[in-house]
Design a protein around this ligand. Structure first.
Ligand code: SF4
Ligand code: SF4
Length: 486
């Protein structure tokens, strides 16, 4: 049956550079001597350690949990598991992958070299269990969006009235090939994972795996799996088709309005690797302790994909790929939306899908001078969200935060299309990021001030009430026991 597809506004045809790393099978990365596991590897609340220095741990054991009741399925959080067996040697701040190079609390495990799993608890008969049971199992397995977003997977499964489940294999950013290799090598697991997700959603009517048409081998592998419940759909290669809004538009012609989420349209989108992690958690009992990571770029001899234990130092991966001398840029994610990292002495975390090492400035040419905006309009033509990037730029520059909100700054997905086409080489996304951070800080401070004012007003009210109560008590006592002699 012919599948109708639609087109979103803007977008770019980019040079993929995927052939660098998608030619060879996924290999296991070396087992490191120590693992660095940050307590926050997802969007939401950080976890709290449930181990102490000196504890022996097994692979798959929970080492950090959501605060309060230890039931992560209720919270915007996700537990952290030991990704190999060994001994906890420290719980302390360490640098983590972040643009600002900041440090956060991490649990350090010295591995014992045996990589011994704790007893695993799969749910082989999941289809006879309630969706809620499966959802809680996914939550306790520590699964978050592995496409780079890090949104706890169990929260999306809480949605009700879901008609369409989309498994996102678009992988539209240049260089990244981990999803492509996964679909080529583990198509059966991805399809089974999709069926588990559908069950956890109470039975989505339609289940789709969507991938860009630049992945013919992955498409072939998926279509060879004998099954009839999951549609495999090729979509045109156009950046950023892998964005949720864009993929929904292409597949269903539905527009996700401002400030709305896919479940408002009866749709849930999960990434291909997240889907495979759900398969492993439910049918094998394996919590999330590893992921596939693309290591690529011209700063290494042998670009490839690894199955990497979470917490592995990035430097170990670069060494395993034959690091060249003179590394001048390291990016986590893709060249359009990724984070530039200040060092490779940082751990792989749940959202690390790709590292691009460059030794020739091949990624971002910062040497081109920024020129004044010539109001050419190219940025608006390229914007997949249909925003007005040049206006956002002027308002960001002028710190006009009211106007920025009116022009929907927070709908910007920071895809970088506008900056990519700008003939004046204006680093537009940097302006938007700065403005967003400023507005968020302002709002946090206003909220804090409002709360402080409320507390102060309540204190005044309480003092006045106590004073009145005291006066009334004294009056009542005086009436009951009038002074003698009156
Ligand atoms: S593309 Fe650059 S020069 Fe053209 S309007 Fe946008 S910001 Fe201005
Ligand atoms: S970075 Fe933001 S403004 Fe620029 S093209 Fe992408 S969504 Fe539009």
């Amino acid at each position: 049956m012919k599948q109708f597809l639609w087109r979103f506004h803007g977008g770019l045809h980019l040079e993929g550079r995927k052939e660098l790393s998608n030619q060879v099978p996924i290999r296991p990365a070396p087992l490191p001597n120590y693992l660095i596991l940050p307590l926050l590897q997802h969007i939401g609340e950080p976890t709290e350690p449930v181990v102490q220095i000196g504890d022996r741990v097994l692979k798959g054991q929970i080492i950090a949990h959501c605060h309060s009741n230890h039931d992560c399925s209720l919270l915007m959080s996700s537990p952290i598991h030991a990704s190999s067996s060994g001994t906890v040697t420290a719980i302390e701040p360490r640098p983590v992958p972040h643009a600002s190079g900041y440090s956060a609390t991490c649990i350090i495990i010295e591995t014992d070299g045996t990589d011994t799993w704790m007893p695993l608890q799969p749910l082989p008969h999941y289809s006879q269990m309630s969706p809620e049971t499966v959802r809680r199992h996914v939550a306790m397995a520590g699964i978050v969006g592995l496409g780079g977003a890090g949104f706890p997977a169990h929260l999306k499964l809480k949605s009700t009235g879901i008609e369409t489940l989309i498994i996102n294999g678009a992988e539209c950013e240049p260089y990244i090939t981990c999803d492509d290799r996964l679909m080529q090598e583990f198509p059966q697991q991805i399809i089974e994972g999709a069926l588990i997700l559908s069950h956890a959603l109470g039975g989505a009517k339609r289940c789709i795996i969507a991938l860009e048409d630049n992945k013919p081998h992955a498409f072939h592998a998926l279509t060879q799996v004998p099954q009839t419940q999951v549609e495999i759909i090729k979509v045109p290669t156009l950046y950023p088709t892998g964005g949720e809004r864009q993929l929904i538009k292409v597949l269903t012609d539905k527009e996700l309005g401002r400030s709305r989420i896919p479940s408002d349209l009866g749709i849930v989108v999960q990434n291909v690797e997240t889907t495979r992690a759900v398969y492993r958690a439910v049918l094998k009992g394996r919590p999330l302790v590893s992921r596939v990571v693309t290591v690529t770029g011209n700063g290494i001899e042998r670009p490839q994909n690894f199955e990497v234990l979470l917490g592995t130092p990035i430097s170990l991966l670069l060494d395993a790929c034959g690091r060249k001398t003179g590394l001048d840029q390291l990016i986590m994610g893709g060249p359009m939306m990724g984070l530039s990292l200040p060092t490779d002495e940082l751990p792989v975390i749940k959202t690390s899908n790709c590292f691009i090492a460059s030794n020739t400035g091949e990624l971002v040419n910062n040497s081109l001078p920024t020129m004044p905006c010539i109001r050419c309009g190219s940025c608006a033509e390229a914007c997949p969200i249909n925003l007005l990037p040049q206006q956002l730029y002027w308002f960001s520059k002028g710190k006009d935060f009211t106007k920025l909100k009116q022009y929907h700054l927070f709908d910007c997905i920071e895809c970088g299309c506008c900056a990519y086409v700008c003939p004046s080489h204006i680093p537009l996304v940097n302006y938007y990021r700065y403005a967003k951070a400023h507005i968020r800080t302002q709002e946090r401070e206003r909220k804090k001030a409002d709360q402080a004012l409320q507390r102060h007003e309540f204190k005044l009210f309480r003092l006045a009430r106590e004073k009145t109560e005291r006066r009334l008590r004294h009056q009542a006592a005086a009436q009951k026991n009038p002074p003698e002699g009156n």
